[in-house]
Design a binder for this molecule. Sequence first.
Ligand SMILES: Cc1cc2nc3c(=O)[nH]c(=O)nc-3n(C[C@H](O)[C@H](O)[C@H](O)COP(=O)(O)OP(=O)(O)OC[C@H]3O[C@@H](n4cnc5c(N)ncnc54)[C@H](O)[C@@H]3O)c2cc1C
Length: 465
Amino acid sequence: MLVNDDIDALSRAVSGPVALPDSPAFAEETFAFNVATVHRPDVVLGAADAQDVAAAVKWAAERRLPVSVQSTGHGAESAIDGGLLINTRRLQDLQIDPGERTARVGAGVKWRTVLEASVPHGLLGLHGSSTDVGVVGYTLGGGLPVLGRAHGFAADHVRSMEIVTADGALRRIDADAEAELFALMRGGKGNLGIVTALEFSLFPFSDFYGGGIIYPGADAATVLAAFRRWLPTLPEDASPSVSLLRLPDMDFVPEPLRNQFVVHLRFAFLGNREAGDALLAPMRAVSTPLMDTAGPMSYLDVDQIHMDPADPLPFMDGGALLKDFGEETVADLLELTGEGSDCPLLLVEVRPLGGALARTAAMPDALPDAVSGRDAAFLLFLVGFNIPPLAEAVSASIGGILAAMAPHSTGYTLVNFHGAPGDEADRARAWSPAVYERMRSAKSTYDPGNLLRFGHAITGAPAAG
Ligand SMILES: Cc1cc2nc3c(=O)[nH]c(=O)nc-3n(C[C@H](O)[C@H](O)[C@H](O)COP(=O)(O)OP(=O)(O)OC[C@H]3O[C@@H](n4cnc5c(N)ncnc54)[C@H](O)[C@@H]3O)c2cc1C
């Protein structure tokens, strides 16, 4: 149990604010984008810099207090109970090097901030469907980008990181310095340390074409069948996805679509209007769209492709990697989630993988990173509101759909799309067995006291002998 002297010692060791559950700043420092998740650590630190993170971890290690980390709370899948929570949102360093095509960000930087600085140089980063997400949490979970088929996972393109390990040491790691730790942090989530800064590659682009087509839900079978046939015709520079949406009557939904069941085709393409229109033509002919926003766009409008909610919401989710999206898979998914079903979910999404996502890390001298899913063809992702009394039906629906789709799944997940972490066997499904064993071994080296044990946590391998 923490006593006043402990808290005083932490406050003396750091320059950022320290808040206890009964202090006014506690709610703000623990707030998560997923408002269904209410964290209750024993104490929270709003880290002001990397030294604060190191000092706080050292302080916690001396007291054997577990440590968790949050930046935006987009990944708040389960509540943190007890221990020290380090909030990194104040770590806002951002450097873009247009010549080297790199960005270096502090652990609190969101993707939108990176793009606002990089796009004027004709450079993009490998962000996901919402640029409100934190760069570090996203990338440590692999980071499945909007343009993933063109460039691969975000984790594949990390150049270096600054990280505080469970002993409180601040290290700079890369493909040469602590290569195995560096490899496993890229896709291993926050299991082996707390990242204070990340350096990664940016990619040049000129034309960008993107947007979405929204079809009536009644046409779901026709649209998904066409989508399936259309995919093999696309170049890797095109990354589409499709979702079945049961849209609520809420501000983030365009007015004409509120309370409707629709199919949403999303399309991101590194090309001009002529080429983009030609690629999309078969999908435009499939059914009469309710809305079609696809065309040349400013890269800074990239959030309009997926139209994810920008404001905090209470949600729960779950996902699976699929072997295929063949006729049988589509039919099974539609039976569970299509028009005639009683599916209560807000979003049932299918993202094609493949292309550069299927290839191993681009850095020539890097060890294979911890990202899973290179052998999968599609990601299935399910999201519903976590609001009582709907929450019970949503949870049952996510579980039921994933169980029914299991024959079509590889059995693995992507950690960023895994949903709430379950028991150890469930958490292990976010990595291949080989990577999982490497992570267990590294956990024994870098975090033998299991200080970092929240969320998608793994436990170390028992010591040899
Ligand atoms: C609207 C929305 C859209 C999304 N789209 C995509 C997408 O397209 N592709 C994709 O791959 N993912 C996507 N995600 C998932 C997202 O990448 C994960 O939820 C990610 O964990 C969010 O990171 P964060 O730092 O913003 O969130 P946080 O909740 O602050 O952090 C989540 C977890 O990341 C780890 N973490 C965060 N910071 C650190 C750190 N400094 N050091 C060590 N570990 C850390 C911790 O385990 C922490 O619990 C999306 C999520 C949402 C809500």
